[in-house]
Design a binder for this molecule. Structure first.
Ligand code: FES
Length: 607
């Protein structure tokens, strides 16, 4: 552990830490653009200059390029170092358009921050600025090349970290260009990260362009519901509209990045037509009236069919709180059936996978990034869990061997760019014993329980790719509560009516089965059929918990208040201008609160 002194403060850091990181570890921020914790050093921007006063190296040095060593005495405030950093900023700003007032990055721009922090305010250069023609990079990322400071972060991320081949750097000397060979949609499923890592406004999120400044956003730490991995995010909203989603660092889970599917999936949350108004027999009513009506119908139903005929049906997209309350509702009503999964195979495989995982063999994305041998079976990672494919790529970049097991494992062309693979006919053919940190990634969509059991019996770390952000949590509850899949319940022939709680069931539901109520924030065939429709909050409109595919419990916070978004000032887009205290469409509750209200009306203790 090297020991060094930075600005009179001693620092002890692990071997291999650079001086810039060592300074960060004791709370000293050295300006930087090209260095990024996940991408490493580039030595391109020269903004991180420090003065080495004592030790093996002396003089002005780039702190990101210099490994910390014993005996180093570093000054970040030395006049020469400060002058060097100031000169670099002035030089970077020579060609920068100074368009902060109209730049979408304004307020969250590293260049803006360090320019102001460094005191650069007078422009001495009177020549013409270098300019570029921007490219069309698709509907998600906006390109503004004139703002570029040639830090190379974008190309390091896109090509090296994410394996993209359609974007790179062109040109030479004082005129380099970061883009594609020609206009067109960026092909990488991780392209949205360009907006997060660009330290200026060259790449910005086009879907949220000119909608808000950083300080205008409602934001909170959250978890992506796009698959079972539970990547950490910060959704940003304004005027009840989810405008963009950014990655939130979690070294154990997603690291610094998220996939485009998680980033650009705001449409369903913002859809004005999503269920926002409680209904009874297609008539709009208040939430209170809808809940009273449901109790009345439920009482009648239970008298007619008995509790055996009732099924409480949820799904792995419910929060854990809602899933627990669904079990409580079953208990209080005496319902004959509790379901968290629609399909019997989905339920069986998820329950089996969950019962085979424990703290020793469960695998995080970080474990995957650190592995030296990975066997992938029964899954198409880019479709089912894109960030896991990115984690496998990092392992492969570090020298891990990757095996695709069996013929059922789909590998599309995008995935072929991410890592090279070897084929193995079966798990027995994978040389696990030759590796120090081997692991298996197994899908549960395509094949049966055998593959899942075989995987667990190997005694190596295992990651099961599940379906739904809270599949693990629902499976744990299903095991505890004796819940069965909806298809099994149907086959039993007892179900006469259901209460659907964010359930995903096949559309061919017999008309003989009454959908007494459907609580959901998405429009589904169940909300269309339901006698009582109970709109609920989406994950950005409430606090909650998901348990990810490794069994990690992660909380998410409310980002925005529910209600019809104010999308613009035109009558078509703006909600009705009626003087009221609550926002239109705001009379909705999280699923667990809806259940809690029902329990209260049923006279049950509500703990
Ligand atoms: Fe050190 Fe760019 S951060 S040279």
């Amino acid at each position: 552990m090297p020991e060094l002194i930075i600005d009179d403060i001693p620092a002890h850091v692990p071997e291999g830490t650079n001086v810039l990181e060592a300074a960060r570890s004791i709370g000293i921020t050295i300006p930087h653009f090209c260095w990024h914790p996940a991408l490493g050093k580039a030595g391109a921007c020269r903004a991180c200059a420090v003065k080495m006063l004592e030790g093996p190296i002396k003089g002005i040095q780039m702190s990101c390029m210099l490994p910390a060593q014993d005996g180093m005495v570093v000054s970040t405030t030395d006049g020469e170092a400060v002058a060097m950093r100031r000169a670099v900023i002035e030089w970077l700003m020579i060609n920068h358009p100074h368009d902060c007032p109209v730049c979408d990055e304004g307020g969250e721009c590293q260049l803006q921050d360090y320019t102001i922090a460094g005191g650069h305010s007078i422009r001495r250069y009177n020549g013409l600025k270098r300019t570029h023609v921007n490219q069309y990079l698709g509907e998600q990322i906006e390109h503004e090349m004139n703002r570029c400071i040639q830090c190379y972060r974008c190309v390091h991320f896109y090509q090296e970290y994410a394996g993209g081949t359609d974007f790179g750097v062109m040109g030479r000397a004082g005129s380099v260009y970061f883009g594609r060979q020609q206009d067109g949609q960026l092909e990488s499923p991780f392209s949205g990260n360009l907006a997060d890592i660009c330290p200026t406004g060259v790449f910005t999120d086009k879907t949220a362009r000119f909608r808000a400044r950083y300080w205008d956003y409602d934001m909170a730490p959250s978890i992506c519901p796009g698959c079972s991995l539970g990547c950490n995010t910060v959704p940003m909203a304004r005027y009840r509209e989810l405008l963009k989603v950014t990655a939130r660092r979690n070294d154990e889970v997603n690291g610094w990045f998220i996939c485009d599917r998680g980033r650009f999936s705001n449409t369903a949350v913002n859809a004005p037509e999503r269920p926002r108004q409680a209904q009874v027999d297609d008539e709009a009513v208040s939430m209170d009236i809808a809940l009273d009506s449901l109790i009345e119908r439920l009482t009648g139903f239970l008298e007619l069919h008995g509790p055996e005929g009732l099924a409480i049906v949820g799904s792995p997209r419910m929060s854990q709180e809602a899933a627990i309350m669904a079990a409580r509702l079953r208990e209080v009503t005496g319902a004959g059936t509790l379901c968290y999964f629609g399909d019997v195979l989905h339920a069986e495989r998820t329950l089996e996978a969950v019962s085979l995982l424990n703290t020793d063999n469960s695998t995080s994305q970080e474990d995957v990034r650190q592995a030296d041998l990975i066997a992938i079976m029964e899954c198409d990672l880019l479709t089912e869990a894109p960030m896991m494919a990115l984690a496998v790529r990092q392992a492969w970049r570090n020298g891990a061997r990757i095996f695709i097991v069996g013929s059922e494992c789909r590998l599309d062309s995008g995935q072929q760019n991410l890592y090279e693979v070897g084929a193995a006919v079966s798990l027995a053919a994978v040389p696990f014993t030759e590796a120090r940190r081997p692991l298996v990634i197994c899908g549960i969509r395509h094949k049966g329980l055998e593959a899942i059991r075989d995987t667990a019996q190997l005694g190596v770390k295992t990651s099961f790719i599940m379906d739904g952000p809270n599949a693990f949590g629902c499976a744990m509850l299903a095991l505890e509560q004796g819940a069965i899949s909806f298809s099994e319940a149907l086959a039993g022939g007892r179900v006469k009516g259901i209460i659907s709680l964010e359930a995903d069931l096949p559309p061919e539901l017999s008309p003989e089965i009454r959908v007494l109520a459907a609580a959901d924030w998405l429009s589904t065939h169940l909300t269309e059929k339901a006698e009582v429709v109970l709109p609920v909050t989406s994950w950005v409109e409430m606090d909650g918990t998901y348990v990810n595919n490794e069994g990690r419990t992660q909380h998410f916070k409310q980002v925005m208040k529910p209600g019809v978004p104010i999308k613009g000032l035109t009558p078509e887009l703006h909600p009705p201008r009626i003087h009221r205290h609550d926002p239109p469409g705001g009379d909705i509750l999280p699923t667990e609160k809806i259940i809690s209200e029902l329990l209260e009306r049923l006279g049950a203790a509500n703990e």
